[in-house]
Design a protein. Structure first.
Length: 586
């Protein structure tokens, strides 16, 4: 009788609760979940069961998703039961474009954000130097040209603080560097040093031709940054990684797509992957990383780079880390008139931007990558860069036939509307940085000035048309294009859904019909991100059998005013079945 009852209740369970059956198929033991989350609002991103109350986790896998009642049997003597008290449980956020290792390299030292003038910047630098006398060199970030006023930024201003130790300070988009005399000397730069790219990357100079203190664009400052010892080597990367990666669980990020790990000297990116593997071995890597081999060299043959990528793919492969793609730059940025445009720039009608990465070149690289089994990620800023990339994918598809490989275009501030349906037709993905769709640091206003109002109206920030066309759209904060703290997906989501940078009084917003919904943003930061990483069978939604990457939020984002999203705390972050962050009391 007892057996009969057991069988009946088991059958009932099976009938009433389909996930129980699924759990059985996966062979997970129903009596010994490591964690059971109960009484929550679980937004699963699983179409079959969009909302649930409870989730059980066994090892690193999700074992149960459903109603509270169904999770009781997963609770054993060792099970940790978390009462969510109605809080929102989501899949861990997936950042689809970032440089947590390389990008953060330029966002260290003295933070100059918000300084009103040169004296304020110098005071912050002086304070920092006084507080850190042991350092052999000093760096900082986030100055802006207007802060200098008349002086324009000079070596002598910095020399007055330190004559013997090198100093370099990055501007807010990290394109330019303010340096002192010692930094210049160590790099062997002087009056006779030619400008690397006259008019493109160069030194501002005094009356006698000696560099006066500002280096424009990376070609001019890279060598100096390395010569000062501030850039380079495993130790520096280790410092950054120790500083930056622990932030990720606090922001709710459980996986990210790395778009190039080493900025000034790309092929050395392997050092970064070595560090990530070391961290993983020590149990300290808090997130999954899908990496790229990155190169800007459009004149090179793809073969030697693809060969290097093959080696990285074998060498840097673990539970949490893999290198599966190549990252290339189809152009520069419209803000510097280096984004490649279909029509000339509105404010500089003699230029459309230049790039070595024509459709022919891109097609060669895509074909080489696909043939070797790798995905392709392309930086595309101007509408012509996007069009060339789509042309290239189309050509490769015609030649190779349907491919399992994926090309994703990144940034896409402008897209010609004719090209939108081509993304969907060719299966090309899109990644965007949400704050750049709004007036982040005056960017929306700059777009109007540089690209022209007409083009901005027609082509700028076409996130909604992409989504409506069925394109896989993902999001990422792209440090150093934004600050490390702005990597928070909740900050980015609020910016996108409200049309303004959180905490700012910005009024220039994109039109309301270009603002995405909360659901679309969460999808982009979870399931769509997983598709871009080619991990949608394992992460991105809360389903039985998927890996346990989960976050608990302080407030239900669906119930609060959109301008409270960014300030919502991530209370708990689980990655691969392990709790990586937990607020006190949780
Ligand atoms: Zn990037």
């Amino acid at each position: 009788m007892k057996t009969a009852l057991t069988i009946v209740s088991w059958l009932l369970c099976l009938l009433l609760n389909p996930s129980y059956g699924l759990a059985g198929e996966d062979g997970l033991d129903a009596s010994s979940a490591d964690y059971v989350f109960r009484n929550g609002k679980v937004y699963t991103l699983d179409e079959k069961q969009p909302w649930a109350e409870s989730v059980a986790v066994t090892g690193n896998q999700i074992a149960y998703v459903g109603e509270n009642g169904g999770s009781a049997k997963w609770v054993g003597p060792e099970t940790k039961v978390v009462d969510l008290k109605g809080r929102l449980l989501l899949p861990g956020f997936i950042d689809g474009h970032n440089h947590y290792v390389a990008g953060a390299a330029t966002k260290r030292g003295v933070n100059l954000t918000g300084s009103q003038n040169t004296e304020e910047m110098l005071q912050r630098i002086r304070d920092y130097v006084t507080a850190n006398p042991q350092k052999g060199a000093y760096m900082g970030f986030n100055w802006e040209f207007p802060m200098f006023g008349e002086t324009g930024g000079t070596r002598q201003e910095l020399d007055a603080i330190s004559r013997n130790k090198p100093m370099i300070f990055f501007n807010e988009d990290t394109h330019h560097v303010w340096f002192n005399t010692q930094a210049m000397k160590l790099a062997g730069i002087g009056k006779d040093t030619p400008d690397p790219v006259p008019g493109g990357s160069y030194f501002q100079r005094g009356p006698d031709g000696t560099p006066s203190g500002i280096a424009i664009e990376p070609d001019a400052w890279q060598h100096m940054a390395i010569a000062t010892g501030l850039f380079g080597g495993k130790e520096m990367l280790q410092d950054i990684v120790d500083e930056v990666l622990p932030l990720m669980p606090k922001l709710g990020i459980t996986a990210y797509h790395d778009m190039g790990i080493w900025a000034p000297d790309m092929p050395k990116g392997y050092l970064g992957f070595e560090l990530l593997l070391d961290m993983e071995k020590a149990g300290k890597l808090p997130c999954r990383v899908v990496g790229n081999y990155a190169t800007r060299d459009g004149k090179a043959s793809p073969d030697e780079h693809i060969q290097a990528l093959k080696e990285w793919n074998v060498r840097y492969r673990s539970d949490l880390v893999q290198v599966t793609g190549i990252k290339v730059w189809a152009d520069g940025v419209f803000l510097a008139h280096t984004g490649v445009q279909i029509e000339p720039y509105a404010d500089q009608p003699d230029t459309q931007g230049e790039s070595d990465w024509t459709s022919d070149v891109l097609a060669r690289w895509i074909e080489a990558a696909y043939s070797a089994g790798f995905d392709v990620n392309i930086h595309t800023d101007g509408d012509l860069a996007a069009r060339r990339s789509l042309d290239a994918v189309e050509r490769v598809a015609q030649k190779l036939g349907p491919s399992a490989r994926l090309t994703t275009l990144h940034h896409l501030p402008t897209i010609h509307p004719d090209d939108i349906p081509r993304f969907a037709a060719l299966g090309v993905g899109a990644n965007m940085t949400p704050v750049w769709l709004v007036d982040y640091k005056g960017q929306y206003g700059e777009a109007n000035r540089i690209l022209g109002k007409e083009k901005v109206e027609k082509e700028y920030g076409l996130l909604i048309p992409l989504l409506e066309a069925g394109v896989n759209v993902t999001f990422g904060s792209d440090i150093p294009g934004t600050d490390v703290a702005e990597a928070a997906p909740l900050f980015q989501i609020q910016a996108a859904v409200t049309g303004r940078v959180p905490g700012s009084a910005t009024t220039a917003m994109p039109p309301a019909n270009r603002l995405p919904s909360l659901r679309q943003m969460i999808n982009g930061y979870t399931l769509a991100g997983a598709r871009q990483l080619r991990m949608a069978d394992r992460i991105g939604s809360i389903e039985v059998g998927k890996l346990a990457d989960l976050i608990v939020l302080e407030k239900n984002l669906f119930d609060i005013p959109p301008d409270e999203i960014a300030a919502t705390q991530v209370l708990l972050t689980m990655m691969n079945g392990k709790v990586r962050h937990r607020e006190a009391g949780w």
